[in-house]
Design a protein around this ligand. Structure first.
Ligand code: ASP
Length: 352
């Protein structure tokens, strides 16, 4: 072995040893959790709640970075392209990791292949909400108003492929109408405008609307789950309120970029699982109407399965809706397109 090769080999051994130490010591500095929507919305809220407890377990701060745009796909693209060293992770959801592939032909990531799944953070039922003075006292009156005036009504959402956009797309397609769509960087600012009366309605994840509904600053018409939520026991389900075909639910989950070393991914999953076992953290999520998966449902393998099933369930639904020729004038043409079938229900995280 010549001198040159020997030097190279000892360099490689030193590098490997350093890498081993780095893994053993992980994390040695703060971890960035990318939230692909604005502050104050459900993704941000869930990230801050679980991130706070994960910081305690990991011994390093989990710093939330809001990277918004393109229905959440801008932040998730950034996260997918980050170094797989455990210092950049992200909070995705049913939109970024389920609906988006059907809506963005040039999406720069594949939700089923380009991530290291860490675990499911919360299940989030969908609620149809309006400004508090919207002239409809229940879902039936709302539907009548939508059919009569859809294109004039302002629907707030968090951008193409977001949960609010996807679930309101399903709603309006089932009603055979179009609305005036107003895009926000997340449903935090959207709900602020709903409180202010600048938009008429939206479809959002329960965790960002439960408190406003209780405070009476916005109006809720129905929850799109088979059962009522313990957080809002007076709110009827869509089935009870007269639109049984509209059943849809979402979720938020933690991902790392593809190729995260197994021990780092394991530490992150362990911190997430501990957060979801912590009484205070659980209470904060449950009080907002979120649901918490049982232990097997929090595993990386369960999340990978969920992502694969979500991409498979939303793809035909969204492509089918896009293919429908919906007359923007809606009811005025008299031609109502066939209603979109609701996607098969997502595996609901058990509340344990
Ligand atoms: N709920 C949002 C959505 O519609 C995003 C957010 O978390 O702000 O996808």
């Amino acid at each position: 072995m010549n001198r040159h090769v020997k030097a190279l080999l000892s360099g490689a051994v030193a590098l490997a040893a350093a890498a081993g130490t780095a893994l053993a010591a992980y994390p040695e500095r703060p971890i960035t959790m990318i939230v692909p929507f604005a502050a104050g919305g459900p993704t941000d809220t869930i990230a801050r709640i679980v991130g706070e407890h994960m910081s305690k377990t990991l011994g390093q701060t989990v710093v939330i970075e809001n990277v918004t745009g393109a229905g959440g796909t801008t932040g998730i693209t950034r996260g997918a392209q980050a170094a797989p060293d455990g210092y950049t992770i992200m909070m995705g959801h049913m939109g970024t990791h389920g609906a988006s592939p059907a809506l963005y032909p040039n999406l720069k990531y594949d939700p089923t292949k380009d991530f290291t799944p860490i675990g499911l953070a919360a299940g989030t039922p969908i609620i149809i909400v309006t400004r508090k003075d919207f002239p409809a006292k229940d879902l039936k009156e709302f539907i009548a108003k939508m059919k009569a005036e859809g294109p004039k009504l302002n629907e707030g959402n968090a951008g193409v492929g977001s949960v609010s956009h996807t679930t309101c797309t399903l709603l309006t397609s089932q009603l055979g109408i179009k609305t005036a769509r107003v895009t926000y960087k997340g449903t935090g600012p959207m709900i602020n405008d709903l409180v202010g009366g600048q938009v008429d309605f939206g479809c959002d994840q329960i965790v960002s609307v439960a408190q406003q509904i209780k405070a009476g600053t916005i109006k809720a018409l129905a929850i799109a789950t088979p059962e009522r939520s313990p957080a809002l026991p007076d709110l009827p389900t869509t089935k009870e309120a007269g639109m049984p075909e509209y059943e849809v639910s979402a979720w938020n989950a933690v991902f790392g970029p593809k190729g995260l070393p197994a021990d780092i991914a394991g530490k992150l999953n362990d911190a997430l699982v501990k957060a979801l076992d912590d009484e205070h953290t659980r209470k904060r999520i449950l009080d907002l109407g979120g649901t918490i998966a049982d232990k097997p449902g929090r595993s990386p393998a369960a999340l990978q399965k969920l992502v694969e099933s979500e991409v498979a369930r939303w793809n035909p639904v969204l492509k089918g809706i896009a293919a429908q020729a919906v007359n923007p004038a809606g009811a005025t043409s008299g031609a109502t397109p066939p209603p979109a079938a609701a996607p098969a229900p997502a595996p609901a995280p058990a509340q344990k």
